[in-house]
Design a protein around this ligand. Structure first.
Ligand code: ADP
Ligand code: ZN
Ligand code: ZN
Length: 753
């Protein structure tokens, strides 16, 4: 006898099939079971989507329609009259099936972000689970079991007095006496339902609040699991350390730690291990980056999203999901609490945490404010240097340079922020005007002096710096503009006479994507900063976030101006957040504060800009209010919903024509939606999405591919969803007619426009 099974496999939406495929097996399998199935010439991992409790013969008819129905390209797919269903290859033993909630999360995410179910599901799983066959996985499971057993033997002695999974011993470990603000936050989270938005200054003790809430949840149940998400774990190693340290006594029966990490810096084997620990509920605390939102956590009881405003929560490739938004969804789905935290919340979250009228219209999120820094440390005083009053070409104003000298002579540290790596963004010839344009992209190749290369940061092409101008042969080619490499060199020259308090020459360190390319480099460099041996730290936004540098008392941002006039409406929000986060790196040591109050210097050509005014007072609410006013007027998110369709093609006109042709079909799609819902009285049916004409992307050409985009706006989220679903069919239908199209993607709630 055989039974039919619906199985999810990794089919990108472009394969024109959006639903599960049908296979047969000798007996029914539970929904969520892992199987290997034949697919084309390969065998791939699949997840049973619906169990086949019915025999095949009876349901032949049904299977046939199912096989076709999920294909979104009904017209273009040949309907074979005789479907021969293939049997599955094997069932993966030893891993219990994924639960219904997990599958529901995937279903939601696939629908919302306009991807196929199979793609969403399979990409949410660790790569090794996809790549290893059933035997290899079985071997892996056996091995990790012995490893754990060996570890147990070692640890039994050490942990004999600890009760498994118990928190009794935790209180003895490193917890502070909470401040009033922290206490209030913890109580509020305990007593209300959330979602919560903790709006707390950098260094206000948010992490301590998270840890208390985690403790409470774990203490309430012996099996509870919590998910703590951070933007980039490599950039915030301290948070990982703090959690691991705090919950070090939380062990499994077999002696393994209940705290696991999940991020892309781990090896495939480590990722599988962590995933299995979460899935089997052995892991109680999962610390992870955006990918961890899809971890299978059968006993999930709490989600924390630290630095919730951070753009890295949005996946920018493949299925473009927002892990922060999915966290809120997942919490709601499970009826559990979610805590978002930031010193500069995203305007979306901030908006949700404001009540229009507290009596009649309460806010969607509970706002919890923690304005004070621990130990009365103050935020640094903001000093603004008007570059218009400085000699042309000033990199460091004299005032700033003097301030830096003073700090390093006192043994304090300085952080200089410039969001551009390399030596100079462009190399040029003064004679003929040649510039180091990339031959494959509409961008300049950046001059890296250390290895004398010209590098394109978009397509990756690397070339040695030419000795003579490639166009006129002139030997005088010179750098234009400044990058972090040049700042490092310049500071070294300007401060060559200056000595540290111990008489030694200054130690200047640069941290950016270039300096940290080698494994372990970042950890090493951060350790140098923490140990105090570094006097001046030069770097990109990498160093602006999260780090708890104790001795930094001066932060300087050199040219933050470009973001003020960007075509992207979120640029000011990101700049404000970056500058405030950077300022938050200073003055963290309250003991230094009375004798050496900290400072944040900004050199700008627009000293009167409202953004800098708000920053001067660290008045995020005022900044947010202004921004939200502008957004209401311009009808931008969070007051409308957006999606972006991007098409890549051989020529810009091909890309635009494809998008614009699809745009012409929008009225038909809309009409169809209304026909299908003729009997419904839903108000969203009256809402019209707006499709703007296709335009070239800001970075128009990358690696010889022309890129174009079309913005879609809609006041109703439901209409946006319904519209995109059906309109995408049109794009699929059109694509074969447009030979030049390389690919196209839909980005729902795009972060960069
Ligand atoms: P945030 O996450 O808001 O930036 P942290 O939780 O990192 O702030 O706290 C900043 C510093 O203050 C950390 O070194 C932390 O150990 C310390 N800290 C937090 N809460 C307290 C407290 N109640 N008493 C004393 N120190 C605290
Ligand atoms: Zn020239
Ligand atoms: Zn390039």
């Amino acid at each position: 006898m055989s039974y039919s099974l619906s199985v999810l496999v990794n089919l990108p939406v472009h394969a024109n099939i959006s639903g599960p495929l049908t296979y047969v097996h000798t007996h029914p399998l539970d929904t969520g079971t892992f199987v290997r199935v034949p697919f084309g010439k390969n065998e791939v991992l699949g997840v049973v989507w619906a169990d086949g409790s019915k025999e095949v013969n009876q349901f032949n008819q049904k299977i046939e329609t199912e096989q076709v129905a999920p294909t979104i390209l009904t017209e273009a797919t040949p309907k074979s009259s005789k479907l021969v269903l293939k049997p599955i290859s094997s069932v993966i033993e030893g891993i219990k099936p994924l639960d219904k909630q997990w599958l529901a999360l995937i279903e939601f995410a696939a629908g919302y972000y306009q991807r196929s179910l199979g793609e969403m599901a399979l990409q949410a799983l660790p790569p090794q689970l996809r790549d290893l066959d059933a035997t290899q996985i079985a071997r892996r499971l056996r091995r990790s079991k012995t490893e754990r057993n060996e570890l147990t033997a070692e640890l039994t002695a050490a942990t004999s007095e600890l009760k498994t999974g118990s928190l009794q011993t935790l209180t003895s470990v490193t917890s502070h006496v909470l401040t009033d603000e922290q206490l209030k936050a913890v109580e509020e989270i305990q007593n209300k339902a959330g979602p919560f938005l903790i709006f707390g200054s950098t260094g206000s003790g948010k992490t301590e609040v998270y840890m208390r809430c985690v403790e409470t949840v774990l203490a309430q149940s012996q099996t509870a699991q919590v998910l703590v998400m951070v933007p980039e774990i490599n950039l915030t190693p301290q948070l990982e350390e703090r959690f691991k340290h705090r919950f070090a006594s939380l062990l499994n029966t077999n002696g393994t730690s209940c705290v696991v990490s999940m991020h892309s810096g781990m090896t495939p084997a480590q990722r599988l291990q962590a995933w299995l620990a979460a899935h089997s509920a052995q892991a109680r605390i999962i610390l992870g980056t955006r990918m961890s939102i899809f971890a299978s956590l059968p006993n999930l009881q709490l989600i924390v999203v630290d630095e919730e405003h951070d753009p890295s929560y949005k996946q920018q490739e493949g299925a473009r999901y927002s892990a922060r938004d999915l966290a809120v969804y997942r919490a709601k789905q499970l009826g559990i609490k979610v805590i978002l935290g930031s010193a500069t919340p995203s305007l979306e979250s901030w908006h949700h945490a404001q009540a229009n009228n507290p009596d009649t219209q309460p806010s969607k999120y509970q706002l919890i404010s923690m304005p004070s820094r621990i130990g009365q440390a103050l935020m640094p005083k903001v000093q603004i240097i008007d570059l218009n009053r400085q000699p042309r070409g000033t990199v460091f104003s004299n005032q700033l340079l003097d301030a830096i000298k003073l700090r390093v002579q006192k043994g304090e540290q300085v952080l200089v922020l410039l969001n551009r790596r390399g030596y100079a963004p462009v190399l040029h010839c003064e004679d003929c005007g040649w510039k180091s344009a990339c031959m494959h992209c509409s961008a300049f190749r950046v001059f890296h002096k250390l290895d004398r290369t010209l590098r394109c940061h978009h397509c990756g092409v690397v070339e040695r710096v030419p000795r003579y101008c490639p166009s006129c042969g002139n030997a005088d080619i010179s750098p234009l503009g400044k990058g972090t490499e040049q700042l490092e060199e310049l500071l070294g020259n300007l401060l060559v006479e200056v000595r540290q308090s111990n008489g030694q020459p200054l130690n200047i360190l640069r941290i950016d994507a270039d300096s940290t390319r080698l494994k372990g480099a970042l950890t090493n460099q951060l350790a140098q900063v923490h140990s105090g041996e570094v006097n001046i730290l030069v770097g990109t936004q990498m160093i602006a976030k999260g780090h708890d540098f104790r001795k930094i008392t001066l932060v300087a941002a050199l040219y933050p101006d470009t973001a003020l006039f960007s075509s992207d409406f979120r640029a000011p929000e990101r700049l404000f957040s970056l500058l405030l986060q950077a300022a938050g790196r200073a003055g963290r040591d309250a003991e230094l504060a009375p004798t050496s109050p900290s400072e944040m210097w900004i050199q700008t050509q627009y000293p009167e800009h409202p953004l800098f005014h708000a920053l001067k007072d660290y008045d995020y609410p005022a900044f947010a209010l202004e921004q939200l006013k502008e957004r209401v007027q311009a009808h931008l998110p969070p007051f409308s919903f957006q999606a972006l369709i991007r098409a890549d093609a051989r020529s810009q006109s091909d890309a635009q024509l494809f998008l614009n042709t699809a745009r012409d079909r929008a009225p038909l799609v809309l009409q169809k939606i209304r026909e299908l819902r003729a009997t419904s009285k839903a108000t969203w049916l009256a809402v019209e999405p707006t499709l703007y004409p296709a335009i070239p992307m800001t970075l128009q050409r990358v690696a010889n591919i022309e890129r174009s985009q079309m913005l879609i706006e809609c006041d109703s989220r439901v209409m946006m969803q319904e519209f995109l679903k059906l309109w995408q069919l049109q794009l699929h239908l059109l694509q074969p007619e447009f030979k030049g199209i390389v690919r196209w993607v839909v980005d729902v709630d795009p972060l960069t426009i």
